[in-house]
Design a protein around this ligand. Sequence first.
Ligand SMILES: Cc1cc2nc3c(=O)[nH]c(=O)nc-3n(C[C@H](O)[C@H](O)[C@H](O)COP(=O)(O)OP(=O)(O)OC[C@H]3O[C@@H](n4cnc5c(N)ncnc54)[C@H](O)[C@@H]3O)c2cc1C
Length: 329
Amino acid sequence: MIALVPVRAGEPAAGYEEAVVDCGGRAIVAGEGAREAAGLVAEAGFGGEGIRFAELGPFAPGSWAERLGALLSAEAAGGAAGTIVLPGSPDGRDLAPRLAFVLRRPYVGAALEVSERSAVVVRRGGRQNVRLRLGGPFVATLLPRPRRRHRAAPGAVTGSSGSRRSPAPTGPEACQVPEVGPGGVSDPVRLELLEEEPSAVDLTEAERVLCGGGGLGGEDEFALLGRVGSLLGAAVGGTRVVTDAGLLPPDRQIGTTGASIRPRCYVALGISGAAQHLGGVSADRVVAVNLDPSCPMMSVADLALVTDAPALLRELDARLASGTEACER
Ligand SMILES: Cc1cc2nc3c(=O)[nH]c(=O)nc-3n(C[C@H](O)[C@H](O)[C@H](O)COP(=O)(O)OP(=O)(O)OC[C@H]3O[C@@H](n4cnc5c(N)ncnc54)[C@H](O)[C@@H]3O)c2cc1C
């Protein structure tokens, strides 16, 4: 298997670590600033030997798929490229199906686990994990897994303490990506650039997440949660109780059967902290607001506030709004 890591401005796509680890440290890091990003990937503990890079310019999933498809087809003919795994980031999700089309391979989206001939995906409304057996190599996107330490791939070079990694002895090697003429895969066309709405940012990419649970209240409180999220520049999410009740759309659900998040700060308002919810949360800092001091969410919190969550949210909104008005005056 080989990981394909899309890059923008030298930054590898979020969730690349799982893809590279699962491919045993074999990866092509491709995009704008790929050389620099490949160096970062190698220094992150994946070694330099299996990591290659392809400078492709600004993100263009159609033409990248054509060019990378030509490269990977040539390698597949030589027996080198098997199943191709991309991170389940927005760019990974744009590129993977196009690449599958170019390579005439099956595509598996949002896999929990990938091996050379099979993939595990969630089905039946999140209630069942199913192993799909593919007849040959395929293209997949891999969901980031929460609370998992990334093991360095075999061959990775680590420092004597084991915690600090030394640079790879040989730097990542450049791939010779063939130039190809325009094919049948188009690039997206930008019609309009809408202003960013912070609370609607992709949960898997968000640095701050404001999450509401069954204890937060009803429609009014969730409308307020969106407003406070926008004022704080935080993405808004909810528990399954909340999405099942239609208070937030299903794609805002956080947990084992929803989005896996890795923000710097996660604020839980009226959330009990069930294993299925916490299984999707890996945050640097957790703030929990709950009336029950002994619930599991409070025990994992860095800051636990025993208070009424809707009242706290209203107070936060009032203070943020008056602060914004004062700034505007
Ligand atoms: C197969 C399966 C998959 C699942 N997947 C997911 C998943 O992906 N994500 C997910 O979230 N859940 C998932 N669940 C559901 C999960 O088990 C829990 O039921 C759910 O997370 C509980 O949500 P909650 O904490 O919002 O609600 P509750 O468990 O009802 O908790 C409400 C909390 O709010 C507190 N509270 C009440 N009033 C107030 C107040 N005024 N102020 C402050 N606090 C207050 C209570 O003390 C309580 O702790 C799954 C379940 C199953 C069986």
